[in-house]
Design a protein around this ligand. Sequence first.
Ligand SMILES: NC(=O)c1ccc[n+]([C@@H]2O[C@H](COP(=O)([O-])OP(=O)(O)OC[C@H]3O[C@@H](n4cnc5c(N)ncnc54)[C@H](OP(=O)(O)O)[C@@H]3O)[C@@H](O)[C@H]2O)c1
Length: 210
Amino acid sequence: MADPVIGILGAGRIGTALARLAVKAGYDVGVATAKPPAEIALLLEFTAPGARAETAADLVAGSDMVILALPLGKYRMLDPAAFAGKITVDAMNYWPQTEGNLPEFDSPLSSSEIIQAYLPQARVVRGFNHMGYHEFEQDARPAGDVGRRAMALAGNDDAANAVVAELVSRIGFDPVVAGICGPAVVSASARRSSVRVRMRRNLRPCLPAV
Ligand SMILES: NC(=O)c1ccc[n+]([C@@H]2O[C@H](COP(=O)([O-])OP(=O)(O)OC[C@H]3O[C@@H](n4cnc5c(N)ncnc54)[C@H](OP(=O)(O)O)[C@@H]3O)[C@@H](O)[C@H]2O)c1
């Protein structure tokens, strides 16, 4: 399969880190925020050279995979219809220390389940959540490197999981895929085996055996 066109919504810390790594890995990458593309283009020249600046609407329409790298509290600005059939990587975390309390996320559901319910036709895969933005480039390693870290992915669409897993691997991490039913896997810090142990502890029983 041809490489997916990747659209990143958010040009902040994690959005630009992922844009740099995805461009380096050979993907066609676009980036959008709520601001006009001209403003983002200037920023991208310095933070993610090679990534295109677009409007959010054009970005979503023209991408095969959209990475949500915007503040969680802004998710209702997304147009659900535009996400129909799109592989949608939810990199957003509920972190009241930075965004304040968002009562709808004080829920037994994981934040990605709430995003999936808001974007019912999107193929949501939770990913890129448990590493700090500064760790992505610092810790990226080629496949087979003994120091390569694992990246947990959670999604209930196997084909979408596979496409995101390839991205994860190409940018420098070992993908570990689980079902979407559990809460976020946080603080996973080391290799594949360690992430799997944490998943077993943290996810609800829908998790397939890992
Ligand atoms: N920082 C990390 O290490 C890290 C790690 C894992 C996950 N995360 C999660 O990733 C998300 C982003 O974190 P961050 O640290 O990168 O935040 P950030 O540096 O504040 O960047 C947020 C970006 O989102 C854009 N944005 C705001 N509203 C938007 C909208 N409606 N549509 C499109 N873009 C919009 C902002 O652009 P404008 O305001 O200019 O439009 C900005 O470029 C958060 O949910 C966070 O929990 C962060």
